[in-house]
Design a protein around this ligand. Sequence first.
Ligand code: HEC
Length: 227
Amino acid sequence: MAAEVAPPPPPKPDPAYVVAAKTRKKIPFWAMATLSLLPVWAFFYLLAVSPQEREATGPMAIGEGVYGACASCHGAAGQGGAGRVLHEGEVLKTFPHIEDMLNYVYTGSQPFVSEGLAVYGDPAREGGAHAPLSYNGNAMPSQGETWGGGLTNYEILGVVCHERYAIGGADPKSEQWAAEYATWCSEDSEIFAALQSGAVNFDTLAETFSMLETPPRDIGTQPRASK
Ligand code: HEC
C-alpha cells in the first residue's frame, strides 16, 4: 500500500501583528499628492501670518495719516472750519515755496506773534497777505518740537505734501509743480528719506542738499518772513 502522501501542513496563521499590518487602512495614493504640497502650503501660511512689511511709506502716504490730526480744524477735504481753507489752491497762494510752509507748520501762529512778524507766507499773496491770528483770531497750533508740537520733521514734510498735492490742488505732473513734487514729495524723495533717517533736520537740510539741481531754500525752526 502506497503510503499516503501526507497533506501539507496548513500554513501557519500570521501572527496578530502581521494581520494588523495587512488589514490596516493604507494612506490612499492621492494623499501623497496632497502631502507633497505641504511645504508650499507652509510657505504661503508663513507669508500670510508674518507682519506686513510693506507699510505705508513715502511722504504722501505718511502725510495722509498725519492729516487726520489737522482735519478737525481744516476739514477732511481742506474746506476749512476752525482753521483756514487749504483746498482749491488757497494754501499754494500763501506758500508758493514749500520751504516756507514747512517753517510755518513747524512753528504755528504764536511764535510769529511773539516775534512781531506782521505776515506769514507770501507778503504779495493774491487775495491778500495772511497775518497771524487773522482767521477769527484762531491760532494754528505749533507742530515742531522746538515749540512743543508732537510731529517729527519728516511727518511735517509728509503732511505738507498731502496738503499741497492731495488737498491744495497742485498737480504733480504740471510744469509748475513737477520739480517740487519730485524733490520733496515723491516716493523716492531723497530729502524725505534723509529726514526720516535723521541724517538731516530743518536747520541743516538746505546746506546738505545744496548740490541738487534745484537746491532747497532754508527752512529753519524759528518764525521768519517767507523768502
Ligand atoms: C486747532 C485747530 C487747528 C489744527 C488742529 C490745525 N490747524 Fe492749521 N490753522 C489753524 C488756524 C486757526 C490757522 C490760521 C492761523 C492764523 O491765522 O494765525 C491755520 C493755518 C494753517 C496753515 C496756513 C494756511 C494759509 O493759507 O494761511 C497751514 C498750512 C496749516 N494751518 C496747516 C496745518 C496742518 C498741517 C495741521 C495738522 C498737522 C494743522 N494745520 C492743524 C488751525 C488749526
